[in-house]
Design a protein around this ligand. Structure first.
Ligand SMILES: Nc1ncnc2c1ncn2[C@@H]1O[C@H](COP(=O)(O)OP(=O)(O)OP(=O)(O)O)[C@@H](O)[C@H]1O
Ligand SMILES: [Mg+2]
Length: 234
């Protein structure tokens, strides 16, 4: 579904991605792990065409470099960015509806709203409440829900668990698993390698803008380097 080869990106003279290769198949949950500044967010931004990049970047066989930034969502790639970028003064419902702004299929949009409420029941309870009054974890649920309202084939999640209390974090990781089981492919950047490797099918480890390692999540979870550096297990 997603094919990336020799992908590079830079901010001015500073190289942030260097010759990255990565695949996501339909229905797969793939994690991108790595320390602060490794290039995880840059990779997701390059895929959603929020930044320029060089190299092979294909989605369902189509060269993404030739696609206008605003058309990427219509192709089925929805990005839930770092820092959530919600409209804090608007209601939960309005924020969710904004995720579907390009869609004309109102019956399907309504059905997807129902699915988001099934995934995160608290959002139905709080649907008329301003987003700024929600907890960080609940706001993350709105951000994921908004991305789902775009009817993605591929969902890009940037650090869905950052700064969130443990209980809500588990709820969010469970929801992510459900989204994958419903047939949506997911590429998820995450600092919590332990939790990410528990739910992902495969994972890539980025270090200094390059893929240092990749493989099946269950195998990486037992790899010595990964255990020592990312899981804190000697
Ligand atoms: N807008 C920007 N302008 C200049 N440099 C940037 C910009 N955004 C990111 N960088 C740099 O690019 C590199 C990769 O950053 P990126 O945000 O992709 O890392 P990350 O893996 O997502 O880190 P984190 O875990 O902290 O979110 C870093 O060195 C960062 O300082
Ligand atoms: Mg980041």
């Amino acid at each position: 579904m997603l094919e990336i080869d020799h992908l590079s990106a830079s901010y001015g003279k500073a190289m942030a991605l260097e010759s990255v290769g990565l695949r996501v198949s339909a229905g797969e949950l793939v994690a991108v792990l790595g320390p602060n500044g490794a290039g995880k967010s840059t990779l997701l931004k390059a895929i959603s065409r929020a930044i320029e990049s060089q190299g092979v970047l294909r989605f369902e066989g189509q060269n993404l470099h030739t696609v206008a930034t605003e058309s990427v969502v219509g192709m089925g790639i929805c990005h839930c960015p770092e820092g959530r970028r919600l409209f804090p003064e608007l209601s939960v419902l309005k924020n969710l509806q904004l995720g579907a702004y390009l869609r004309k299929d109102s019956a399907a949009v309504h059905a997807d709203l129902h699915k988001v409420y099934q995934l995160f029941p608290i959002l139905l309870e709080r649907s008329q409440q301003m987003v700024s009054t929600l907890s960080g974890g609940q706001q993350q649920m709105v951000a994921i829900g908004r991305a789902l309202m775009g009817a993605p084939k591929l969902l890009l999640l940037d650090e869905p668990s950052v700064g969130i209390a443990h209980r809500l974090k588990m709820e969010i990781f469970n929801a992510i698993r459900h989204i994958r089981d419903s047939g949506v492919a997911i590429l998820m950047a995450e600092q919590d390698a332990q939790s990410a490797l528990q739910i992902a099918d495969r994972a890539y480890i980025l270090e200094h803008g390059q893929v240092a390692q990749h493989g099946l999540a269950r195998e990486l979870a037992h790899d010595d380097h990964v255990r020592k550096i990312y899981l804190g297990i000697a």
